[in-house]
Design a protein around this ligand. Structure first.
Ligand SMILES: NC(=O)c1ccc[n+]([C@@H]2O[C@H](COP(=O)([O-])OP(=O)(O)OC[C@H]3O[C@@H](n4cnc5c(N)ncnc54)[C@H](O)[C@@H]3O)[C@@H](O)[C@H]2O)c1
Length: 425
């Protein structure tokens, strides 16, 4: 079993660290956020992620999982060091590499002889070599091991991945990293670093393309009188297409797709290629957000100015507390910008959120609807589907619901007196 250090204990780093400990490795998780490390040392988990708390607590009790803010401590026993650092996008579309660069510069002097550094962050093609250069260590190999987990299903995805990708020039380092995943029984694709880095961008860009595609089909269905739910089900049964990521909605979001699609367009540009398809995917996504806002505007009579609107959901999808680049937040932000008075409810939000400071936060789904002329469903939390429309009707001033996730039962809501509008039917 290997000694592993994970630098950056966020959604990816914490999941990786806890799962590697579960697979029997000795793991030290390092983060420069002292409050996050304090929470983890107490056996608590600062994010919403199913099954993660149990793994953290069992790792701690077996002494296989340590949390620290001290890089020295983390790296002193590690044969293999994972970088799970943020790589957000900059205003100009480039990837912000400042976190990767700072840590790579710092750890060069701290790594044990013969250690392996693994990039798990999603990084521009060429970063493996770039990190090797910043480390300045002849005896240290750098390997790319992109992560494909989905928030909300992170532990299961990590322990049962569809595939593991490990890329690098040093075949023995690649094999040692691949071996860490022995307990997962996943097929391992070993390749060069450039291909590994490209695989991650290509995967996210393809998934984003599927979403923009089905959103476009949904919009066409609305004009033709077809039902996108039937269409998506039928095309998704074709194994060449596949049924996942064919649910229309308010647009894609989250911490990965928006930045990775823009990042790949920029990478292509740098390589002299105009990635027109992906540019259209990004544009279609923005139009989908605008279309959702327009449906709410129409639902309140054509102007949002002064309109009271209830919003269900703020996270970028269900079963996570992550609101980074959330389409729900973006739709609410646009509603507010047009003068709407929005009250939102999300199961993971108990207080006013900094990015929507003028939006009131309700303590229940029903309370979010009190006095509202329209309700908009923005995140597919299962509990919203169980709320009785008759109870919602009693507290609302109006009777329109814009279901941007096709989550509710249209017949039940119509029977309760609502004008129901879903996506694509
Ligand atoms: N979130 C996902 O679903 C997901 C999936 C696959 C890949 N990725 C990629 O993985 C990377 C990490 O994403 P994330 O969602 O886990 O990010 P995150 O923001 O949740 O976690 C990053 C962590 O790094 C820490 N950090 C920042 N600077 C540090 C430093 N100098 N020293 C130590 N720790 C430091 C932060 O405090 C934070 O805890 C990104 O490149 C992302 O694109 C994310």
């Amino acid at each position: 079993m290997a000694g592993i250090a994970v630098v950056g204990t966020g959604y990816v780093g914490l999941t990786s660290g806890a799962c590697f400990a579960h697979l029997g490795h000795e793991v030290v998780c390092v983060d420069n956020d002292a409050s996050k490390i304090g929470i983890l040392q107490r056996g608590l988990v600062p994010i919403v992620e199913s099954g993660l708390g149990e793994l953290v607590r069992s790792g701690l009790s077996l002494n296989r999982l340590i949390f620290t803010t001290d890089l020295d401590v983390g790296l002193s026993t590690a044969d293999i060091v994972f970088l799970c650092l943020p790589t957000p996008d900059l205003q100009n579309g480039n990837v912000d590499m400042s976190f990767m660069d700072a840590v790579s510069r710092k750890i060069g002097a701290l790594l044990r002889p013969g250690a392996i550094v693994v990039n798990k962050s999603t990084v521009p093609v060429g970063t493996t070599r770039h990190v090797a250069h910043l480390l300045g260590r002849e005896d240290v190999s750098v390997v790319s091991n992109p992560e494909f987990l989905r928030e909300g299903n992170a532990v299961a995805d990590f322990l049962h991945p569809s595939r593991v990708v490990v890329g690098g020039d040093d075949a023995s380092a690649v094999e040692r990293v691949a071996k860490l995943y022995d307990g997962t029984n996943a097929p391992v694709i070993m390749c060069d670093a450039t291909s590994a880095e490209t695989i991650k961008y290509a995967a996210n860009a393809f998934l984003a393309t599927k979403i923009s595609f089905i959103n476009s089909i949904a919009n066409i269905c609305e004009h033709l009188g077809a039902d996108v739910r039937v269409v998506a089900d039928a095309i998704g049964r074709d194994p060449r297409i596949g049924g996942q990521f064919l649910q229309p909605g308010p647009g894609f979001g989250g911490s990965c797709f928006p930045k990775d699609t823009i990042g790949l367009v920029r990478l292509a540009e740098d390589a002299g290629y105009d990635f027109g398809v992906l540019k259209s995917v990004i544009e279609a996504n923005d139009q989908q957000l605008a279309r959702t806002v327009a449906k709410v505007r129409n639902a309140v009579g054509g102007s949002l100015h002064g309109a009271v609107v209830g919003a269900w959901g703020l996270t970028f999808k269900a079963n996570t507390d992550d609101r980074r680049h959330s389409p729900a937040v973006e739709v609410v932000r646009r509603l507010v910008a047009e003068g709407a008075r929005v009250t939102a409810f999300d199961p993971t939000v108990s207080d006013v959120v900094p990015e929507l400071s003028s939006v009131a936060v309700a303590t229940s789904a029903i309370e979010a609807c009190r006095g509202a002329r329209a309700l908009v469903v923005l995140t597919e939390w299962g509990e919203f589907a169980t709320v009785a429309p008759t109870l919602v009707r009693e507290v609302m001033a109006g009777a329109t619901v814009v279901d941007a996730r096709n989550l509710l039962d249209p017949d039940g809501w119509r029977a309760a007196g609502f004008a129901y509008q879903g996506v694509g039917f």
